[in-house]
Every structure is written in structure tokens, then in C-alpha cells.
Design a protein around this ligand. Sequence first.
Ligand code: MN
Length: 561
Amino acid sequence: MSSLPANHPSTPISINDPSYVRVLDTTLRDGEQAPGAAMTAAQKIAVARNLVLLGVDVIDAGFPISSQEDFDAVKSIAEEVGSAQGGHVPIICCVARCSKRDIDAAWAAVGGVRRSRVSTFLATSEIHMKHKLKKSRDEVVAIAGEMVAYARNLGFQEVGFAAEDSLRSDKDFLCRVFGAVIKAGASTVIIADTVGCSIPSEIGKLIAYIKANTPGIENAIISLHCHNDLGLANANTLAGIEAGAREVEVTINGIGERAGNAALEEVVMAIKCRKDLMGGIYTGVNTKFISATSKMVAEFTGFNVQPHKAIVGANAFSHESGIHQDGVLKFRGTYEFISREDVGLDPTSESGIVLGKLSGRHALKSRLLKLGYDLDEEKLAEVFKKFKLFTAKKKHITDDDIEELVCSKSVQSQPIWSLADLQVMHGTMGFSTAAVKLINLDGTERIACSGGKGPVDAAYKAINNIMQTPIKIVEYTNSAVDGINAASLTHVVVSEDKDHIYTHCPSLEANGHSNGHISSGKPNGHSMSFSASGENLDVVVSSVEAYLKAVNRLLAKKQSI
Ligand code: MN
């Protein structure tokens, strides 16, 4: 295989160290191919920067020939993260069909980086060659070899060749194609389970066969690209590694075409946690950046991660049963086999233990201590009783809820503003209006009205017009309690919107919208958030109660500072 620049700080170890497994991240190419997952160029660059922090060896940045937009995105990723002078500089890769036009576009997009790579691809299964390519076996071998040589001659430091639909290809033919491309200068041969049809034992056997029967295979890295159509992408990837693959193609959160690709976080953590079973193999990934990168990709693509998703799901490190909580509090290792710190979660963060209806007194006491309340047994028993009643209404109890349980009498008895009257009008015309009368602690009454996108929005804006404090709604949830005789339970979390410059205008404009609106701008830095719940038979009233309580807490805190 070709030699790699000697000055590169990382990755080349993969060539010489049989235990090193290269990680190629294809979130920006295959991940983005998922319908609806499109990212803007700026978002792609942000993800690419995080992939550098993660320390992935290769970034698959896209498919430059597919559109001008893709070309520009690949080029800007190459310029942003592929040309840095210091630190970890990953190989910047893009894909190309076996055609000169494709490969030329790839070279134009990534040729200028410190470590450039193109992964050429061509189908090798009978079904693809016959129906899609309409080419014979001999023609496929000739084209693959010729195009790999062409790419090598253009100047790519690494050239990969992916046999599309490898798992449905004839094994001996696959070995023949791989032998030809290695001879032509391919440094990586990629086994692609394009349709996601394989199972771990099959992958293992195929790789063993390829290793035994492909001329020159000792000079190339065997890479694996698995899809999750049977839910086996990660298992197949691990089986491939055990059989000798030394590069894996993965995506953040496992996003990708159809059922997705193998997930970076799951494959990497499986290797990290169970390398003892896999001959001491390792990757160069700095797993501490997994959580942040996962959140970023979820936000940018709009593909939320399911709560019970391994490694990065919201519940992945949450323990709700009393027995588990007790165990984790005594020693995390009892029920946590993966360390939270290893994936970049704060070990002291509240999300580790979810207080809910199954939580015991011990978990509550421990949380109270963390919040700074060292209660005697009698007071603890009282709070625990209130806590149990509260959990019947609300599934997950936050730190703010707990503080309210402890302080409800001493701190919350005198709200600064309380609701006197509320009147809303709404219907099908696209906007709602609300009039609100609030009474201040000093006895003064204020009335304001506002329009809004719905009755709750209108009422909140009317309240804002009275309070004149810029508020950002961090969270709003509404649920029905007790089924058909539903009471509405609203939970809101608010924080001060420090970016917002409040323009006073309590009157309605001609179009029915108040311009005393809430900015959606992101605050600079962290601001304290305040949560509260409201319960009423009417959804607007419960929403207003919750909001008033939360804003009162915020105002009280502001006054106390
Ligand atoms: Mn794919």
C-alpha cells in the first residue's frame, strides 16, 4: 500500500498496528442520505469539527458529483478541517462512482487537504451487474482496476474501493475484484452490506474467505460498511472486526439510508468496553465527545434519538427502580457497566437518577443533600410524603420540583403576581386573543391583552406585557390526568431571556399581534431556569397557573440577588 506522510500525528498507527481499528464516519454522506436528514453547509462543518474532536480517522464528507451543493459542502469541510496545521487532522474522504468525471470532481473537492482519499464504488453482485450496470464480470474487474489507478495517479493519498452489494456477490468474484483494485493501488477494500441483509456469522466467514483468497490483501485495509435493515449493523460490524476488518464505516446515532448504518457510539463503546474479548483491539476515538456530537447531529437533522437508544438515549444512564437506584447510589458499578464519564456525561448530573414514583426515600434524601438540604428524619418523612403524592401526577421530578416541595411554605407563599381574571377568545381564524388581570403583592391591579398563535400563547404574551421581564420558555408540556374527566396538568420551565430587549407596547397592533413578543434567540451562556406546574380542568388556566408560578419564582430570585 502507499506510504502515508510521516509527519501525520495520528492514524498511520493503523497501518502498522494490527490492533488498531480505524473509524470512518459517514454521517455527512450516508447519514445525510436518510430522507429528511438534510443539513446546511454550516451545520455540516460544525459536525465535521466535532468529528475531529472525536478523533475519527476518516471523515466521509459526501458525494461531490451528485450536485453543486454537495460539491461545495465537501470542499468547505475539506478546507475547514482537512487542512489544519496542528492537532488531529483526519483523512478527508469522498465517494465516487467508477468514472473519470466522478473521480475528477472528488479530486477537485478534497485534493487540497493534507490527507485526501476517494472511495470509488462499483457493484459486484450478479443482480446489480445484470440489471443495473449491464456489464459482465470481466468488464467490472477492468473498470474497477482502471479507475482506481486513475484516482491514484491524480494524487489521492488513499484510494478505497467499495464492492457495492458485497454480501450478495459471488465470493470468488469478490476476491478477484479486490485483488485487481489492490494491484491498481487501492489501499482499502470496502465490504458493503448495501442492502443490510447479512448476519454476523456470514460477515465473519466472508472476511475470513477474502483474507485467505485475495491476492495482495495483506497490503490493504479491509473496511466494512453495514446497514441496519435487520437491526444487525453493529453486530455485523463487530463480527467483521473479529474476523480481521480494521476499518469500520459508521454514523453518529446510526442515521443513514433506510434503517440506518452501524452507530459510531455503539461500535466504539463495544470495542472500548469489551476489547478483552476481541484480542485487545482499540480505536482512536475520544469517547468523551460522543454525547455532545450525538446531540448536535440529532438537532441538526431533526432525527431525535429514542429515549432507550444505547449510549446516547436520554434514558441510557437513568435508573428508576428503587432497588437499582439504591445500588447505583452505593456504587455506580452495580448497575452501570458503561461509565457515564466515558461518553461525556457529567457524573454528577441529575439525569443519572430519575426521581419518579418508584424512587425510594434514600434516593430523595441523596438528591436533597446534593441540592443543599440536610433534613432531619421528621422533615424528610414529611417531604417524602409530599413527594409520593406529587409523583402520582408527574412522571419525572426535577430538581426544581424538589426544591418547591421543600420550600413550598417558606419561599413560595407570597407570589409577586397572582391571577385575578383571565378571558380568552380563540377559534379557527388563526389567531387568539387574551385579556389578563393580575394583582401585585402591593395590591395594584394591572390588565393587559395580547394576540397570539393560540390561546396559551396569547395569554402568556398578555402576562409578559404586564411583567415587562423578557422570558424564554425552555420547556412546555401539557398532559391530561385521569382520562376522560381530564384535568389538565401543565409543566413549564422558563428562564430569563438575556438577549431580548423588551419593547413596551401593551396595546394590540392592527393585525392583532402584540409586538411585545418573546424572542427565540439563544442566551449567551447559561441562565438559571425555573419550573412550575399548574393544574386545572381548563388547559389555558392550568397553563397560565404554571407560567405565573414559574415567572414568580424567577422574579423572586431576581429580587433576591
Ligand atoms: Mn450506505
